[in-house]
Design a protein around this ligand. Structure first.
Ligand code: NAD
Ligand code: IMJ
Length: 258
C-alpha cells in the first residue's frame, strides 16, 4: 500500500451525492485524490442533471439511478458494477430521509408511515446495499456510512431521524460481525452539523452551528473535506484494524457539548 495514494486502483461506489455541498461529494473528492476509481448513483431524474457534471469532473466511471427503496434499481446498480468491474472494494452510503413534518415539533407525534419511511431509507438501505454488494465485495473491502449525534442523544427536532440513526449504528455492528470473517469492514462516521441540502430549511440550524462553535474543543464546526478525509482513511488499508465503529468527526463537540 502506498501512503501517498492509499486508494490506488481501488474501485468503489458512492451513494448520496445531490450537489457539490453533499457530504458524499466531500468524500468523493478525497477518494479521487487518494487514487480511487469511482462509480456513482443518483436518486431520480431531477438530481441527475446536477450530479452528472460533478461525476464527469472527477472522471467517475458510471452514474446510475438508484432509489434505495426500489429493489430493482438496487439490483441494477450491482449488475452495472459486475459488468464494469467484476468486483468491488468499497461503498460510501450517505443517504437519509424523513418526512419534513416528522422533523418539526416533537418525536411523540411520529406517524407509523413516517417512522417506517425514515427507517427504510436511512437505516435498512445500508443492509440492503451490503446484501446486494456481498457477492462482489473483495477481501479487504470496506463500507462507510454517515450518522449524527442525534442517534445517541435526543436532539431537538431530529426526532425520528435520531431513532433511525441509532438503528443504523447498530446495523453497522451487526454487518461488521457478518462480513468481518471475509476481511470486509463496516464503519460509521458521526459528523457534526454541516450546511447541506439535508440541513437546509431545518429550523434553528445556524443556532446549532453557533453552539458547536462555542462548545466544541476546536471552537468551530467541521467541513465536508474533513469528513471526506476520515471516510477515505476508513475505506483505505490504513484502517485495516477498524470495524464496527462509530468515529466522531465533530471537532470534539460530543465530549463537551451539553
Ligand atoms: P444531502 O442532501 O446532500 O445528501 C442526502 C442524500 O440522500 C441525497 O443525495 C439524496 O438524494 C439521498 N437520498 C434520499 N432519499 C433517497 C432514496 N430513497 N434513495 C437514494 N438516495 C436517497 O445531505 P448530506 O448532509 O450530505 O447527507 C448525507 C448523510 O450525512 C446523511 O446520512 C445524513 O444523515 C448524514 N449527516 C449529515 C449531517 C449534516 O449536518 N449535514 C451531519 C451528520 C450526518
Ligand atoms: C435534521 C433535522 C433536525 C435537526 C438536525 C438535522 N440537526 C442536524 C440535521 C441538528 C445536524 C442534519 N442531519 C444530521 C440529517 O441527518 C438530516 C436528515 C434529513 C433532512 C431532511 C430535510 C428535508 C426533508 N427531509 C429530511 N430528511 C432527513 O424533507
Amino acid at each position: 500500500m502506498s501512503f501517498d495514494r492509499p486508494m490506488a486502483d481501488r474501485r468503489g461506489i458512492v451513494l448520496g451525492v445531490a450537489n457539490d455541498r453533499s457530504i458524499a461529494w466531500g468524500i468523493s473528492k478525497a477518494l479521487v485524490g487518494a487514487g480511487a476509481r469511482l462509480g456513482f448513483t443518483h436518486q431520480g431524474e431531477r438530481l441527475e442533471r446536477r450530479v452528472r457534471p460533478l461525476v464527469e469532473s472527477v472522471e467517475g466511471e458510471f452514474l446510475v439511478d438508484c432509489d434505495v427503496t426500489d429493489d430493482a434499481q438496487v439490483e441494477q446498480l450491482f449488475s452495472t458494477v459486475e459488468e464494469k468491474w467484476g468486483g468491488l472494494d468499497f461503498i460510501v452510503h450517505a443517504v437519509a430521509f424523513a418526512k419534513k413534518e416528522d422533523l418539526e415539533g416533537g418525536f411523540l407525534g411520529t406517524s407509523r408511515d413516517g417512522f417506517l419511511l425514515a427507517h427504510e431509507i436511512s437505516s435498512y438501505s445500508l443492509t440492503r446495499i451490503c446484501q446486494a454488494a456481498s457477492p462482489l465485495l473483495s477481501e479487504g473491502g470496506s463500507v462507510v456510512t454517515l450518522s449524527y449525534l442525534g442517534g445517541e442523544r435526543a436532539i431537538p427536532g431530529y426526532n425520528v431521524m435520531g431513532v433511525a440513526k441509532a438503528s443504523l449504528e447498530s446495523s453497522v455492528r451487526y454487518l461488521a460481525a457478518d462480513l468481518g470473517p471475509r476481511g470486509i469492514r463496516v464503519n460509521a462516521i458521526s459528523a457534526g452539523p454541516i450546511q447541506t441540502l439535508a440541513a437546509r430549511g431545518i429550523g434553528g440550524f445556524s443556532q446549532i452551528l453557533d453552539v458547536v462553535s462555542e462548545r466544541a474543543p476546536l471552537r468551530r464546526g467541521v467541513t465536508q473535506e474533513e469528513v471526506g478525509n476520515t471516510a477515505c482513511f476508513l475505506l483505505s488499508p490504513l484502517a485495516s484494524g477498524i470495524t464496527g465503529e462509530v468515529i466522531y468527526v465533530d471537532a470534539g463537540y460530543r465530549i463537551t457539548g451539553m
